[in-house]
Ligand binder design. Structure first.
Ligand code: HAM
Length: 418
């Protein structure tokens, strides 16, 4: 039997219905913040991701040559494609540009719970502005989305990668090796970061102070320990967040992010219920457009790991009940099949999701099937009742049955569902 490739999943109808439900709630939240949806290709020129994604992403890139010998990659994330799209077709639009997207990304990672090779991101980019208000707006939208999905236990960590980049540069780390160091610090691999920094002639006190910086965590009071202008900047970000009602965060200068393009504020959200793969959202401010042939434009964005956030709400006990269909029409005998087809068509054109028995099942089996598709009603069509232009309407939840004239069927169902 052929299975789907390692790290990928099939979504069966119940699961898919659930995913669409939550996905649409996220869409709705993004729209209430004034963001508009975009879509970009699932594969791109590999160069788009090689230019600035950093060593982590490169290792995990699904890259291949197409039949025209072009270097192609499946997208590992959607910020670079969104900015490419902006440079190609939106750079003259009035700023700021607020866009969001939902779709699958691909990373060749070792699959485990919450980590897949094909996974889905819901993300947003606010392009063309670099102010504390911009960053607050983006973090607040991420928070609103997490809240909209009903997740209770989560925490947002806000940092500033500029601080760490500056400390690393001041320590004399060559620019082209910064990503290597940040990659270790991102994973808190201090044992590996130390020899790496020593190799670049960084003395042990400076190494210690860089490590201490990444361990700076706490409430807004720790901002007084943040060197340079970043502390003041983050204080303004958090004031705007407070004004917008978002206080569920801490300051954490250890937020490094796995991707290489961030320049200023960075943030992550975690759901502890998920264990090892607990990061449900990540983002920050960056510039990418100049790499893709455009002018330098500041942007801030984030992406929610859609699969992970669904796992997290499930772990918290949230259950999605699939909706099922409105009606299941059951012809009692062959001579009423045509009339039954007419009835199901009438229900459908009235907007009631309806199905009809096409297997010629006996009544008991037909009812069982109606339950399995979670039909709200069964419409039982019998020759005798048809003589009076009527059918039997059965409420599948209570088992109650009543004779209803065909002309009144739609109104009856609609009034009952109000
Ligand atoms: P990222 O942190 O690499 O950021 O990914 C965003 C989220 O995608 C993660 O927080 C995680 O929940 C989810 N995710 C990542 N890898 C996997 C995986 N293998 N399986 C399941 N979920 C995964 C970005 O991609 C940036 N583009 C975010 C951004 C937008 N920054 C600015 N704008």
């Amino acid at each position: 039997m052929i299975q789907c490739p390692r790290g990928t999943r099939d979504f069966l109808p119940d699961e898919m219905e659930k995913r669409r439900f939550y996905e649409n709630r996220l869409r709705h939240t993004a729209q209430t913040f004034g963001f508009r949806e975009i879509e970009t290709p699932i594969f791109e020129d590999a160069e788009l991701f090689i230019l600035r994604s950093g060593p982590n992403v490169l290792k995990e890139l699904y890259a291949f040559k197409d039949k025209g010998d072009r270097d192609i990659a499946l997208r590992p994330e959607m910020t670079a494609p969104a900015i490419r799209m902006f440079v190609n077709g939106m750079s003259n639009d009035p700023k700021p540009i607020k866009i969001f997207y939902f779709g699958q990304c691909f990373r060749y990672e070792r699959p485990q719970s919450g980590r897949y090779r094909e996974f889905f991101q819901f993300g947003a980019e606010l392009i063309g502005s670099a102010t504390p208000e911009t960053d607050a707006e983006v973090i607040c939208m991420a928070a609103a989305m997490i809240k909209e999905l009903g997740l209770k236990d989560y925490k947002i960590h806000i940092g500033h990668i500029g601080v760490l980049r500056q400390a690393i540069a001041d320590a004399g780390v060559p620019k082209e090796r910064t990503a290597e160091v940040l990659q270790k610090l991102d994973k808190k691999l201090y044992d590996e970061a130390r020899p790496l920094l020593e190799d670049m002639n960084v003395d042990s006190d400076t190494i210690d102070s860089i490590f201490t910086l990444t361990e700076t965590v706490g409430g807004i009071e720790v901002l007084s320990k943040v060197p340079g202008e970043a502390g003041d900047y983050l204080r303004q970000v958090t004031s705007y967040m407070h004004a917008m009602g978002v206080d569920n965060f801490d300051i954490d200068l250890g937020v490094v992010r796995g991707l290489d393009y961030y320049t200023g504020m960075v943030f992550e959200a975690e759901a502890p219920a998920l264990g090892a793969e607990k990061q449900i959202c990540g983002g920050g401010s960056y510039t990418l457009s100049e790499l893709f042939g455009g002018e330098k434009v500041f942007s801030t964005g984030f992406a929610i790991g859609f699969d992970r956030i669904l796992l997290a709400i499930e772990k918290e006990g949230q259950v999605y009940e699939p909706k099922g269909i409105g009606a299941y029409v059951v012809p009692v005998s062959d001579d009423v099949r045509l009339k039954s087809a007419e009835i199901v068509a009438m229900l459908r054109s009235a907007g009631i999701s309806s199905d009809i028995d096409i297997m010629g099942r006996k009544m008991a089996k037909a009812m069982k099937y109606a339950s399995s598709v979670r039909a709200k009603y069964a419409v039982i069509v019998g020759a005798k009742e048809l003589e009076e232009d009527s059918v039997t309407l059965r409420d599948m939840a209570t088992g109650e049955q009543q004779l209803v004239r065909i002309g009144e069927l739609v109104a009856k169902m609609q009034s009952a569902s109000q």
